[in-house]
Design a protein around this ligand. Structure first.
Ligand SMILES: Cc1ncc(COP(=O)(O)O)c(C=O)c1O
Length: 297
């Protein structure tokens, strides 16, 4: 899949209730979602033929639409079924799933009360978000110039396309300096998250992670917290200031795309991917496997 542009991949895309050929899944240039970012999406992964936490993702998609003031015209079960059917149709067992909903082209002013809400789902093979060769060594992050906004200035609980403008800018700036990603602080100066994943730190055998009060409370984040607690590891959710990174031993990112990825550097701070990160990588890898397959082993 290396350098094939995404509009030239093979197979089908589910669009507004039908499977259309990949090349035909088009929208008009005068689409509200494109001009004003009136669009919400999900990122999911299938493992062994099952989409991990599918219902939680679908519920978040619908809730993100509501936060942006629109109602997605399908039920959770209809979207779940479309995702499952498309996975089979694409012939994949391990794959990335991208549902998206957006306001259409019926009107193009800022107000678009009656525009159609379109929904599409695409599935492709996206093995590792970060370079697999460097993943176990830990990735290097810079600190972004842009901050996660105050929830009074943006709908921060939605997985909305518009919130990614500062993520792309921050990731590009970090990549230009040779980093893999950027850590974003929030408007108060507290540690928030990376551009597409949540963050955890390790100190004295305990996990510390920022309280998600102005950024996405990731499904992977919640999964990792549950796994850690099951393993008897204390998890502390709190406000974390950047200077505290000097005292943390390990750090890792987590998200559907990133899975659990150790960090070796954040700007001037250094971390050593270690036993606790490895434990959670292993626990997460086991957790995402379909439960029936596990039971049959
Ligand atoms: C900005 C941002 N934060 C956090 C996450 C992690 O969320 P999840 O674990 O639900 O994929 C993502 C991934 O979608 C993201 O884009």
């Amino acid at each position: 899949m290396a350098s094939v542009p995404f509009d030239q991949l093979d197979g089908h895309i589910w669009m507004n209730g039908e499977f259309v050929r990949w090349a035909d899944a088009k929208l008009h240039v005068l689409t509200h979602g494109l001009h004003y970012a009136s669009s919400v999406f999900e990122g999911e992964r299938a493992y062994g033929g099952e989409i991990f936490k599918l219902t939680e993702h679908t519920e978040r998609l619908i809730e993100s639409g509501r936060i942006l003031g629109f109602e997605i015209p399908y039920t959770v079960e209809e979207i779940n079924q479309a995702c499952r059917d498309l996975l089979v149709k694409q012939g994949f067992t391990d794959a990335y799933v991208r549902p998206i909903a957006w306001r259409g082209s019926e009107s193009l002013g800022v107000s678009a009360q009656n525009n159609r809400i379109n929904v599409a789902i695409a599935i492709w093979q996206w093995p590792s978000y970060f370079d697999p060769a460097t993943k176990m060594k830990g990735i290097r992050l810079d600190i972004a110039e842009y901050c996660r906004p105050d929830p009074r200035t943006a709908p921060s609980r939605a997985k909305a396309a518009g919130l990614y403008m500062i993520c792309t800018l921050s990731k590009h700036a970090a990549e230009a300096k040779g980093y893999a990603d950027a850590l974003m602080l929030d408007w108060r100066g507290q540690i928030a998250e990376a551009t597409g994943a949540n963050i955890f730190f390790v100190k004295d055998g305990k996990l510390h992670t920022p309280t998600p009060d102005c950024f996405l409370d990731g499904i992977t984040r919640r999964t990792v917290i549950g796994l850690a607690r099951d393993l008897g590891i204390e998890v502390i959710e709190r406000a974390i200031m950047p200077e505290e990174m000097a005292g943390f031993e390990e750090a890792f990112l987590c998200g559907t795309a990133a899975e659990v990825t150790p960090i070796s550097e954040i700007a001037q701070y250094r971390f050593t991917p270690g036993a606790l990160s490895k434990k959670l990588i292993d626990a997460y890898e086991a957790e995402v496997q379909p439960k029936q397959a596990q039971a049959a082993e």
